[in-house]
Design a protein around this ligand. Structure first.
Ligand SMILES: [Zn+2]
Length: 686
């Protein structure tokens, strides 16, 4: 099979592949034994010799690929921006967006002027009802304050788009989906110090917006008060994983009963949502907290809060004083980044619109316009066909595992297999592309391009309420170096960006590709059966299809994973959060298991040659551990532990491998060795 890939993908290789095929042996530290610490054996020399670049908070294989990939995106953007005549509509949108961001002089000269209409609207608020309307207006610029209204598949009727009212509107340690209530509620010195610095930062930003120092101080204190009160009503990040805790469908007319009498109708109409009769009040306690604050906090406090959220969203795209102060707090204080990235890099990221930290999906940008240019240049159709074959092989291996799982009873096994068989696969890029002409992208204002693109996404999303779910839509842009499983679609998706070395290399041997992209494919597939995904059926509906016996056995195994990962320390006294990361850890373990099995099948009957002295099985694990080579600044490590459901690379490697007999066999790991978990603690799920 790999020979076929080689022939077919010759073009792909010439264009994309800049790393050499295979495994970089110079990163190995041969003084460390594989059985003691496999992560350090594979990556030890790299760890000893690398320094995290001053513009980064983490560095490793993943980030190296991401940065190389941004260079590719940059080339596309520059080419589009340079075309003064003969540009296609898509090239014009991408080129104009990019050019507006690279015109630093214009960005600096405009200062805060582009935000004036929104600031005037906030300033004109006199009552809580006005605040709600201003909040709706800001949402149409992609600013999430207070709560969020969006469309999302009804968890119990996954073909229907349901209005979703969710908690939102905090800004630590990041805004929107990555905020975390614990930053407001924890009482340790570190948390208190971050809050003190947060208030100073908000005050500085309000001053930049034109407030006097006294007014800015008072405003910043109000922001912390409101956000803390909202945080008290929020679910924790672990609770957000529990599908039932996040599902409370009710008639819209009943909302007022649940939220203490708040009339949201004017908000719904101001935001331009189509009329709807049902809503998922995902977080009732949050809406109560919001309503209580809206009624009790002075309007002036809410005005400060809205001004803050507007500038929080806009700051990275505004003039230098805003950009610098935003960088200082969010990048340096919270993530330990020493220097800003080059301007082109930030601008390219804004054009793409993916969240920069690579945890959550898309927030604006024109990523599918950019994506069309990207795949035309970097991802020929032949590449798609070849990775689809890998997917088929890994899927077959998982199917076989499911059919033979000793701990799952026959009725549950049959349903699990049916769910796997119903999986859809998205590869590289969408079949139909989004249109961005309504975003009004021009060369005139970078920040307005960003806000209008974000607003267009919000409008497009809201328009879906009450309609049918379009399961062909993507939650990542084609250049993204990442992949995902979607519970409501019951499908996996691999953007073109991740189909490059070190994950996928058509020139490399099977072991490299199965240890790389194969484990990612298996990882995404097993998300359909992890602590979260297992609660959804083959149609993407929240339905319990497990017998109580099989569910109990799964939970027992998952608890073993939680215990194991909670025992790992990443910094002085900071442990991984086993519950928060369990879905990803389960997926890593499952991904390794099924991709390894798929590789063994692919190798059957072929001559088994050693390369550089390593067997294919050994190279599989070398490839895997190389993919997860990474290092973090201490500040970023701390932030990630709190909000990132993924474990750091060291534990993504040593955690699952210490449970895996296939790994022990490949490297002759004896019982009693650190990488060989004793029988009582060992976890096997898939
Ligand atoms: Zn995952």
């Amino acid at each position: 099979m790999i020979k076929r890939i080689r022939t077919v993908l010759a073009v792909f290789t010439l264009v994309v592949s800049c790393a050499r095929a295979g495994i970089d042996l110079q990163n190995l530290d041969r003084a460390v034994k594989p059985q003691d610490d496999f992560f350090r054996y594979v990556n030890g020399t790299w760890l000893k010799t690398m320094t995290i670049p001053p513009g980064e908070s983490r560095w490793g294989s993943f980030t190296e690929l991401r940065e190389r990939n941004w260079e590719n995106v940059r080339a596309i953007c520059e080419e589009a921006a340079a075309k003064t005549s003969g540009a296609s509509a898509i090239e014009r949108i991408v080129g104009d967006f990019y050019a507006s961001g690279m015109n630093e002089a214009a960005v600096n000269a405009a200062g805060v002027t582009p935000l004036q209409p929104a600031l005037a609207l906030i300033a004109a608020c006199r009552t809580p009802a006005d605040i709600l309307l201003a909040q709706a207006h800001l949402r149409l610029l992609g600013v999430t304050a207070g709560f969020s209204l969006s469309a999302g598949a009804d968890a119990k009727d996954s073909n229907r788009e349901l209005a979703q009212l969710r908690q939102s509107g905090l800004s630590l340690p990041a805004d929107g989906t990555l905020s975390d209530r614990d930053y407001y509620l924890n009482d340790d010195d570190k948390s208190k110090s971050i809050r003190t610095q947060f208030v100073a930062h908000v005050a500085k930003m309000l001053e930049l917006l034109g407030d006097s120092p006294d007014r800015a101080q008072a405003g910043a204190a109000a922001v912390l008060r409101i956000e803390t009160a909202l945080a008290r009503g929020e679910l924790s990040r672990v609770q957000l994983r529990d599908a039932d805790l996040n599902y409370h469908k009710l008639p819209v007319a009943e909302l007022a009963k649940n939220d203490g009498g708040l009339d949201l109708a004017p908000y719904f109409s101001a935001i331009g949502a189509p009329a709807f009769t049902e809503v998922n009040l995902a977080h009732p306690e949050f809406l109560k907290a919001f309503t209580a604050q809206l009624a009790s906090a002075p309007v002036a406090d809410w005005q400060a809060y809205l001004r803050w959220h507007l500038v929080l969203t806009a700051a990275p795209y505004l003039s230098a004083p805003f950009e610098d102060e935003n960088f200082r707090f969010y990048q340096t204080v919270l993530s330990g980044v020493k220097e800003p990235k080059p301007r082109w890099r930030e601008v390219a990221a804004a054009v793409d619109g993916s969240r920069s930290d690579g945890i959550a999906g898309i927030e604006g940008g024109v990523g599918e316009a950019l994506g069309q240019l990207y795949v035309a240049k970097y991802f020929p159709p032949e590449a798609k066909a070849s990775v689809l074959q890998l997917v088929a092989n890994v899927r077959a291996a998982l199917r076989e595992r499911l059919q033979n799982l000793e701990w799952m009873d026959a009725p549950t096994r049959a349903k699990a297999v049916a769910k796997l068989d119903a999986f859809t696969v998205k590869m590289g890029y969408p079949d139909k592309w989004k249109d961005y002409s309504a975003a009004r992208i021009t060369r005139d204002s970078f920040v307005l391009n960003v806000l209008h693109a974000r607003g267009l996404q919000v409008k497009r999303d809201l328009a879906k309420i009450g309609g049918l779910v379009d399961k062909s839509e993507w939650n990542m842009t084609p250049p993204t170096v990442n992949a995902y499983y979607s519970v409501e679609v019951n499908g996996i998706a691999f953007p073109a960006g991740i189909l490059q070395p070190p994950f996928f290399d058509p020139q490399a041997d099977d072991a490299v590709n199965y240890g790389g992209i194969g484990t990612v494919i298996g990882h995404e597939m097993t998300h359909g059966f992890d602590d979260h995904g297992r609660h959804y059926d083959l149609h993407g509906n929240l339905v319990d299809w497990w017998t109580p016996e099989s569910a109990a056995k799964f939970n027992e195994r998952a608890a073993g994973i939680v215990r194991q990962f909670s025992s790992y320390t990443v910094l002085d006294g900071v442990h991984l959060k086993g519950e928060l990361t369990q879905g990803e850890n389960i997926a890593d373990l499952g991904g390794l298991k099924v991709s390894f099995a798929a590789m063994e099948k692919a190798l059957a009957g072929k001559p088994r040659e050693k390369i550089d002295g390593f067997t294919p099985e050994q190279r599989f694990f070398l490839s895997y551990a190389g993919v997860w080579r990474d290092a973090f600044t201490p500040a970023e490590q701390r932030r990630r532990v709190n909000i990132d459901p993924h474990s750091p690379g060291e534990w993504r490697t040593n955690g699952p491998l210490s449970n895996l007999p296939e790994f022990w066999a490949a490297f002759d790991v004896p019982e009693g060795a650190p990488m060989h978990r004793p029988a009582g603690e060992r976890v096997t799920i898939w």
